[in-house]
Design a protein around this ligand. Sequence first.
Ligand code: GDP
Ligand code: MG
Length: 176
Amino acid sequence: THSPDMEANIVVLGTESVGKSALTVRLLTRRFIGEYGDIESIYSHSFILDGREVTLNIWDAPYSETPLFEKKVRWADGYVLIYSICDRASFNSVSRLVHTIKSTKDCPGADKTPIVIVGNKRDLHHRRTVLSEEGRLLALNADCHFYEVSAAENYHSVLMVFHGLVDRMKDAKPTA
Ligand code: GDP
Ligand code: MG
Protein backbone atom coordinates (compact mmCIF):
# COMPACT_ATOMS: atom_id res chain seq x y z
CA THR A 1 0.00 0.00 0.00
CA HIS A 2 0.98 3.59 -0.54
CA SER A 3 2.45 5.51 2.37
CA PRO A 4 3.63 9.11 2.53
CA ASP A 5 7.25 10.08 3.06
CA MET A 6 6.24 11.75 6.28
CA GLU A 7 3.12 11.56 8.42
CA ALA A 8 2.54 13.66 11.50
CA ASN A 9 -0.16 14.56 13.99
CA ILE A 10 -0.84 18.25 14.47
CA VAL A 11 -3.06 19.92 17.02
CA VAL A 12 -4.33 23.47 16.55
CA LEU A 13 -4.82 25.14 19.93
CA GLY A 14 -6.03 28.54 21.08
CA THR A 15 -8.91 30.22 22.89
CA GLU A 16 -12.37 30.63 21.42
CA SER A 17 -12.84 32.46 18.12
CA VAL A 18 -9.19 33.11 17.34
CA GLY A 19 -9.56 31.29 14.01
CA LYS A 20 -8.51 27.69 14.66
CA SER A 21 -11.19 26.33 12.33
CA ALA A 22 -10.69 29.10 9.77
CA LEU A 23 -6.95 28.34 9.60
CA THR A 24 -7.51 24.58 9.31
CA VAL A 25 -10.27 24.83 6.71
CA ARG A 26 -8.24 27.35 4.72
CA LEU A 27 -5.36 24.87 4.50
CA LEU A 28 -7.66 22.04 3.49
CA THR A 29 -9.88 23.83 0.98
CA ARG A 30 -8.00 27.06 0.18
CA ARG A 31 -11.21 28.86 1.11
CA PHE A 32 -12.44 31.13 3.84
CA ILE A 33 -16.11 30.51 4.49
CA GLY A 34 -16.61 32.92 7.40
CA GLU A 35 -18.57 30.82 9.87
CA TYR A 36 -17.54 27.50 11.30
CA GLY A 37 -19.37 25.09 13.57
CA ASP A 38 -17.95 24.01 16.88
CA ILE A 39 -17.48 20.45 15.79
CA GLU A 40 -14.22 18.98 16.93
CA SER A 41 -12.60 16.98 14.14
CA ILE A 42 -9.42 15.39 12.92
CA TYR A 43 -8.73 16.09 9.26
CA SER A 44 -6.18 14.36 7.07
CA HIS A 45 -4.40 16.47 4.51
CA SER A 46 -1.58 15.60 2.10
CA PHE A 47 0.69 17.82 0.07
CA ILE A 48 4.08 17.80 -1.58
CA LEU A 49 6.84 19.80 0.08
CA ASP A 50 10.40 19.83 -1.28
CA GLY A 51 9.59 16.76 -3.36
CA ARG A 52 8.30 14.75 -0.40
CA GLU A 53 4.73 13.67 0.23
CA VAL A 54 3.60 14.89 3.61
CA THR A 55 0.40 13.81 5.35
CA LEU A 56 -0.83 15.78 8.30
CA ASN A 57 -3.56 14.61 10.64
CA ILE A 58 -4.88 17.88 12.00
CA TRP A 59 -6.96 18.07 15.17
CA ASP A 60 -9.00 21.25 15.35
CA ALA A 61 -9.53 21.37 19.07
CA PRO A 62 -11.26 23.77 21.45
CA TYR A 63 -9.18 25.04 24.34
CA SER A 64 -9.70 23.45 27.74
CA GLU A 65 -7.37 22.18 30.39
CA THR A 66 -9.14 18.88 30.93
CA PRO A 67 -7.60 15.40 30.85
CA LEU A 68 -8.70 15.26 27.20
CA PHE A 69 -6.48 18.24 26.57
CA GLU A 70 -3.48 16.31 27.86
CA LYS A 71 -4.42 13.44 25.62
CA LYS A 72 -4.29 15.78 22.62
CA VAL A 73 -0.93 17.13 23.66
CA ARG A 74 0.46 13.61 23.92
CA TRP A 75 -1.10 12.54 20.62
CA ALA A 76 0.48 15.39 18.67
CA ASP A 77 3.94 15.59 17.11
CA GLY A 78 3.58 19.28 16.31
CA TYR A 79 1.57 22.23 17.60
CA VAL A 80 -0.01 25.32 16.09
CA LEU A 81 -0.72 27.81 18.88
CA ILE A 82 -2.95 30.56 17.60
CA TYR A 83 -4.16 33.88 19.00
CA SER A 84 -5.94 36.86 17.50
CA ILE A 85 -3.97 40.10 17.17
CA CYS A 86 -7.19 41.81 18.35
CA ASP A 87 -7.51 39.73 21.52
CA ARG A 88 -4.96 40.26 24.27
CA ALA A 89 -6.37 37.44 26.43
CA SER A 90 -5.88 34.96 23.59
CA PHE A 91 -2.25 36.05 23.33
CA ASN A 92 -1.71 35.54 27.05
CA SER A 93 -3.12 32.03 26.83
CA VAL A 94 -0.58 31.11 24.14
CA SER A 95 2.34 31.61 26.50
CA ARG A 96 0.57 29.39 29.05
CA LEU A 97 0.05 26.77 26.34
CA VAL A 98 3.75 26.71 25.50
CA HIS A 99 4.57 25.85 29.10
CA THR A 100 1.78 23.26 29.35
CA ILE A 101 2.94 21.52 26.20
CA LYS A 102 6.59 21.46 27.16
CA SER A 103 5.84 20.12 30.63
CA THR A 104 3.32 17.54 29.37
CA LYS A 105 5.77 16.22 26.80
CA ASP A 106 8.38 16.14 29.55
CA CYS A 107 10.93 14.14 27.63
CA PRO A 108 14.51 14.79 26.54
CA GLY A 109 14.42 17.34 23.76
CA ALA A 110 11.15 18.87 24.95
CA ASP A 111 12.77 22.25 24.37
CA LYS A 112 12.84 21.43 20.68
CA THR A 113 9.17 20.45 20.55
CA PRO A 114 7.86 21.57 17.15
CA ILE A 115 5.62 24.52 17.99
CA VAL A 116 4.58 27.43 15.80
CA ILE A 117 3.00 30.52 17.25
CA VAL A 118 0.49 32.25 14.99
CA GLY A 119 -1.03 35.72 15.31
CA ASN A 120 -4.21 35.58 13.22
CA LYS A 121 -6.60 38.24 11.85
CA ARG A 122 -3.85 40.41 10.49
CA ASP A 123 -6.40 41.96 8.14
CA LEU A 124 -8.05 43.58 11.21
CA HIS A 125 -5.02 45.83 11.81
CA HIS A 126 -7.25 48.77 12.83
CA ARG A 127 -8.37 46.67 15.82
CA ARG A 128 -4.91 45.37 16.70
CA THR A 129 -4.09 45.17 20.43
CA VAL A 130 -1.08 42.82 20.25
CA LEU A 131 2.00 44.17 18.50
CA SER A 132 3.94 41.99 16.05
CA GLU A 133 7.02 42.51 18.20
CA GLU A 134 5.28 40.95 21.20
CA GLY A 135 4.49 37.82 19.24
CA ARG A 136 7.98 37.66 17.85
CA LEU A 137 9.51 38.03 21.31
CA LEU A 138 7.31 35.33 22.81
CA ALA A 139 8.33 32.95 20.02
CA LEU A 140 11.99 33.84 20.41
CA ASN A 141 11.91 33.12 24.15
CA ALA A 142 10.04 29.85 23.61
CA ASP A 143 12.29 28.83 20.71
CA CYS A 144 9.33 28.58 18.32
CA HIS A 145 8.60 29.80 14.82
CA PHE A 146 6.32 32.82 14.54
CA TYR A 147 3.94 33.98 11.82
CA GLU A 148 1.33 36.67 11.55
CA VAL A 149 -1.41 35.57 9.18
CA SER A 150 -4.86 36.26 7.91
CA ALA A 151 -6.92 33.13 7.47
CA ALA A 152 -9.53 35.38 5.90
CA GLU A 153 -7.42 37.15 3.29
CA ASN A 154 -4.14 35.35 2.76
CA TYR A 155 -3.99 31.67 1.83
CA HIS A 156 -0.25 31.87 1.30
CA SER A 157 0.35 33.01 4.89
CA VAL A 158 -1.60 29.97 6.14
CA LEU A 159 0.45 27.67 3.96
CA MET A 160 3.66 29.13 5.43
CA VAL A 161 2.54 28.13 8.94
CA PHE A 162 2.18 24.47 8.07
CA HIS A 163 5.26 24.35 5.87
CA GLY A 164 7.25 25.94 8.70
CA LEU A 165 5.97 23.36 11.13
CA VAL A 166 6.83 20.49 8.79
CA ASP A 167 10.34 21.91 8.42
CA ARG A 168 10.59 21.89 12.17
CA MET A 169 9.40 18.28 12.40
CA LYS A 170 11.51 16.83 9.60
CA ASP A 171 12.94 13.49 10.66
CA ALA A 172 10.76 13.67 13.77
CA LYS A 173 8.48 10.88 12.61
CA PRO A 174 9.63 9.29 9.36
CA THR A 175 7.46 6.48 8.06
CA ALA A 176 8.97 3.35 6.58
P1 GDP B 1 -12.18 29.12 16.44
O1 GDP B 1 -13.20 29.19 17.52
O2 GDP B 1 -10.82 29.40 16.97
O3 GDP B 1 -12.26 27.86 15.64
O4 GDP B 1 -12.48 30.36 15.45
P2 GDP B 1 -13.21 30.34 14.00
O5 GDP B 1 -12.33 29.77 12.97
O6 GDP B 1 -14.56 29.74 14.15
O7 GDP B 1 -13.32 31.90 13.74
C1 GDP B 1 -14.01 32.74 14.66
C2 GDP B 1 -14.50 33.99 13.93
O8 GDP B 1 -13.37 34.75 13.49
C3 GDP B 1 -15.33 33.67 12.69
O9 GDP B 1 -16.37 34.61 12.60
C4 GDP B 1 -14.34 33.86 11.54
O10 GDP B 1 -14.98 34.27 10.36
C5 GDP B 1 -13.42 34.95 12.08
N1 GDP B 1 -12.07 34.88 11.54
C6 GDP B 1 -11.22 33.81 11.55
N2 GDP B 1 -10.05 34.13 10.98
C7 GDP B 1 -10.13 35.42 10.60
C8 GDP B 1 -9.22 36.33 9.96
O11 GDP B 1 -8.08 36.03 9.59
N3 GDP B 1 -9.68 37.61 9.75
C9 GDP B 1 -10.95 37.99 10.13
N4 GDP B 1 -11.30 39.25 9.86
N5 GDP B 1 -11.80 37.17 10.73
C10 GDP B 1 -11.41 35.90 10.96
MG1 MG C 1 -13.50 26.15 15.79
